[in-house]
Write a protein that binds this ligand. Structure first.
Ligand SMILES: [Zn+2]
Length: 353
């Protein structure tokens, strides 16, 4: 009896609280659009985290009537920063004892034990791998390179090359594009000029992340609320965080303050798109994040946001870019990082063969 084809590539997307498992076939199509969710259990230590990843992989295989004999390689998306490849640096969302953890070696050993043979393992930043997932969808059969910007609590950024793989850099800090400064003199919205917003990274130069994501919304409110003295939020005693989180919903109903803030976010992100296009010259820009989420925003709002990004970018692009650069919404949602991790395993295993 011949052994079965090894045609399954697994992908694990490990968040601080929840891990998701997905997989692709050798042609890159997803095994399933249903992710397997499991608890990351980081509070129980690294062994519990590894056990959770393996359990997720085994559960995913079982859910899809597959066995380890079909698995060719695996990918793991884990938020950095990294000390070096496969080794974690001190991270804001994980216990301090995880600094210096060689998660690649530990997970590879656990996979080998589960499968009864070594499984090639490829690890990387979750944002980068999410970009790989989105890029595979938008580029289709072309070799177009893809820039992903996904504003959520922070600004996820990735650049995917013609081989479908992310730019990770020599210090694994490539495309940390959320912490580049924004040209403040080009922002403002009826205001003289916006101040340099504080950013979680500590850089005082006005990181784009603070002007385009949830993290900077309280500072936007501080700057813009005085121009709307009669606004409900001006009298509200709610926490700054709650006020900030109410803005997306308010914008869907046409609230002028909320729209002013998100218009400025779109403008900041558009200028950042142009900035990155000077360095990377991508064929396609994919915009992800909560403001283009069809479950939480109206089609009109999403169009206004994407148009705002394009309009802000255009004056700074070269004519060929202005004519042909595509700016499109992300489509994979929460699938992107697990599918992306599986695709990285596929592309990397193919390149190594
Ligand atoms: Zn920053």
């Amino acid at each position: 009896m011949s052994s079965p084809a090894r045609d399954i590539f697994l992908g694990t997307d490990s968040g601080a609280t929840t891990s998701k498992t997905g997989g692709v076939f050798a042609d890159g199509t997803p095994v399933s659009l249903k992710l397997r969710q499991s608890s990351t259990n980081s509070q129980l230590g690294t062994a519990a985290v590894i056990a959770g990843w393996v359990e997720g992989a085994e559960g995913f295989l079982k859910d899809n009537n597959l066995g380890w004999d079909r698995v060719a390689a695996a990918g793991l998306a884990l938020p950095g920063p990294y000390r070096s490849y496969g080794i974690l640096e001190k991270s804001a969302n994980l216990p301090e004892s995880f600094a210096g953890w060689n998660f690649h070696a530990d997970y590879a050993a656990a996979l080998a034990k589960a499968a009864g043979r070594p499984i090639p393992l490829f690890a990387g930043n979750d944002g980068d791998f999410g970009g790989v997932g989105e890029a595979a969808r938008v580029r289709g059969e072309t070799k177009a390179t893809v820039l992903l910007l996904a504003p959520g609590s922070g600004l996820g950024a990735a650049y995917i090359d013609a081989h479908g793989l992310p730019l990770s850099g020599d210090h694994l800090s490539g495309m940390e594009a959320g912490h580049m400064p924004v040209p403040l003199h080009l922002l403002g919205h009826g205001l003289e000029k916006l101040p340099p917003f504080r950013c979680g990274c500590g850089r005082p130069w006005g990181c784009i992340e603070a002007y385009s994501t949830i993290s900077g919304l309280p500072q936007f409110l501080e700057a813009y609320l005085p121009r709307h003295p009669g606004h409900e939020l001006a009298a509200s005693t709610d926490t700054p965080k709650h006020k900030a989180l109410s803005l997306r919903g308010r914008a869907q109903k046409g609230d002028p303050l909320a729209l002013e803030i998100f218009d400025t976010q779109a403008r900041a992100l558009g200028i950042h798109v142009a900035n990155l296009c000077m360095a990377l010259d991508p064929g396609i820009v994919v915009i992800g994040g909560g403001l283009i989420d069809p479950e939480s925003t109206t089609p009109e709002f999403r169009q206004r946001y994407l148009d705002g990004i394009r309009r802000a970018a255009e004056p700074f692009l070269y004519p060929a870019q202005r004519a042909r650069l595509k700016i499109v919404p992300a489509t994979l949602g929460e699938l992107s990082q697990a599918i992306g991790a599986a695709l990285v395993a596929l592309y990397s295993a193919r390149a190594a063969a």
